[in-house]
Design a protein around this ligand. Structure first.
Ligand code: GLN
Length: 476
């Protein structure tokens, strides 16, 4: 008979491979078009090596055996990456994104690249060269976007953690639609090195998972200074899993009046958020109503700034240096034009054109400069709110998931789904989406918590606390 401790090692011994196999099976059963590239063989090799390492009692990393998915914007060296765009067809990453390297250094296992809207531009995952992603429980519905594949993969246990990007809501909104947790940290908390750019002053690496603890572990590993990205903050990175000694009941919480009403807000979302606020009050939390007078300006401001930045960031895709090049051309000019005409999708073209327009000498003051000023007002306003409050609570999205093609011909409507997530993006503050019940169709509802700059540590613990005491439904 095997001694008890011996038996223990045999079980552990197979565990990384077994865990990986479970995730692979979930993908093979029904992948919802969540993945665009899979790396099973490599992942299996890595899991085997980790099992051996474990058996030999060699030291293992902080992310050992965690199964990670990457949005198709993260460079994973020697693997394809194409921002779900035709223009990057055939492109192989020559560098490693810093966030990816840090996860690998801690023995994480990368299982594949995940579907998203082209260059992160969209809110339904319908703008992808690889086709739309199916909602995890309602096939006819969108999973949200742009990190739609990542949210679905997390929900359906095809990976346990996903790295996404959030420029105006692309981690929080799909997390909300799919019923998982999505964190957008403070802008500049995580390096953007090796992450394909959309709008550089807003692009933020975010984390999706079903577990707050996994998000804490991941953030601890990936955040912080990086020689490859000068914009990253030098602030020390806390160990986010470490407990925080503070009286949660003393927290001052505000909710935004303008985000609790209006035509755009679905009744079930409004009711559920109100109910959550009432529950908090009953438990003795101080929750006050505040006003955010700039709400109607945030979407135009976001689109002017992000389109302007996109138009310059995407200028590099000219058929010479990366990916796709048109087949038929007679001169250089024609090669550029045809490559870009054939390579970019409709939404990306729309944004490049608008972005170019707002940056022209005649329009710069009228649009771009003005948008920058509004952005500063929004940021200052949040700073002021946070002098009196610790957290702001809002619905993550005005509605639950919508059906495929319901908004795809109506950009205004599509953009409106970002109304509650864009304010934190413009301000650069951290925000988290937490599952909070469902509507009558069974589609997830989500609540958003925003916190002051670099307060992810407290934010994550407070979010966990609210789920533990059942103020927020969780429902994972
Ligand atoms: N849905 C928003 C947009 O279409 C946000 C995108 C994002 O955060 N990458 O721009």
């Amino acid at each position: 008979m095997l001694a008890a401790h011996h038996y223990f090692f045999i079980v552990i011994n197979q565990s990384f491979q077994k865990n990986l196999q479970n995730h692979i099976q979930n993908i093979q059963q029904k992948d919802h078009n969540a993945f665009v590239n899979l790396y099973f063989e490599e992942a299996q090799k890595k899991a085997k090596a980790l099992d051996e390492k474990q058996q030999k009692k060699e030291s293992i990393g902080k992310m050992t055996g965690k199964i990670i998915g990457l949005k198709d914007l993260f460079c994973y060296q020697d693997h394809p990456v194409q921002a779900c765009s035709k223009i990057l067809q055939g492109f192989i990453a020559q560098i490693q994104a810093t966030a990816v390297q840090r996860l690998l250094d801690e023995d994480a296992i990368i299982i594949g690249h995940q579907n998203c809207d082209e260059f992160g531009m969209g809110a339904s995952n319908e703008n992808s060269i690889f086709g739309p992603v199916l909602h995890p429980t309602h096939d006819n519905y969108t999973p949200g976007g742009s990190s739609g594949g990542s949210a679905v993969a997390v929900k359906k246990n095809m990976c346990s953690i996903a790295l996404g990007t959030d420029t105006g809501g692309s981690v929080r909104q799909p997390a909300a639609f799919c019923g998982v947790i999505g964190l957008k940290p403070t802008y500049a908390r995580i390096s953007r090195h090796g992450v394909i750019a959309y709008a550089s002053s807003l692009d933020t690496v975010g984390i999706l998972s079903k577990s707050i603890q996994s998000i804490q572990q991941t953030l601890t590993v990936v955040a912080g200074q990086d020689i490859w990205d000068n914009t990253v903050s030098r602030k020390p990175v806390p160990v986010y899993t470490n407990p925080i000694q503070e009286d949660k009941k003393k927290m001052r919480i505000a909710y935004i009046k303008e985000m609790m009403m209006g035509d755009i807000l679905q009744t079930s979302v409004q009711k559920q958020t109100k109910y959550t606020i009432e529950k908090m009050k009953k438990l003795g939390y101080r929750v006050d109503e505040i006003s955010f007078p700039y709400l109607s300006y945030v979407l135009p401001t976001y689109h002017i700034i992000s389109n302007a930045e996109a138009s310059t960031n995407l200028a590099r895709y000219d058929g010479v240096r990366y990916g796709y090049r048109t087949k038929n051309y007679t001169n250089l000019e024609e090669m550029y034009t045809k490559t870009r005409t054939e390579g970019f999708g409709k939404e990306v073209k729309r944004r490049i054109l608008l972005g170019t327009f707002v940056l022209t000498a005649e329009r710069y003051r009228q649009y771009f400069l003005k948008a920058q000023k509004v952005r500063r007002l929004v940021q200052d306003y949040f700073l002021k709110i946070f002098q009196s409050y610790d957290y702001i609570i809002t619905p993550t999205t005005p509605t639950t998931a919508f059906a495929h093609e319901a908004y795809s011909k109506n950009p205004q409507k599509m953009y409106s789904t970002d109304l509650y997530t864009v304010p934190a993006s413009l301000a650069g503050i951290p925000a988290i989406a937490l599952p909070n019940g469902a509507d009558h169709k069974g589609l997830p509802i989500s609540i958003q918590l925003m916190a002051p700059f670099f307060e992810e540590h407290r934010l994550l613990h407070f979010a966990e606390h609210l789920m533990e005491i059942n103020v927020v439904d969780g429902g994972l």
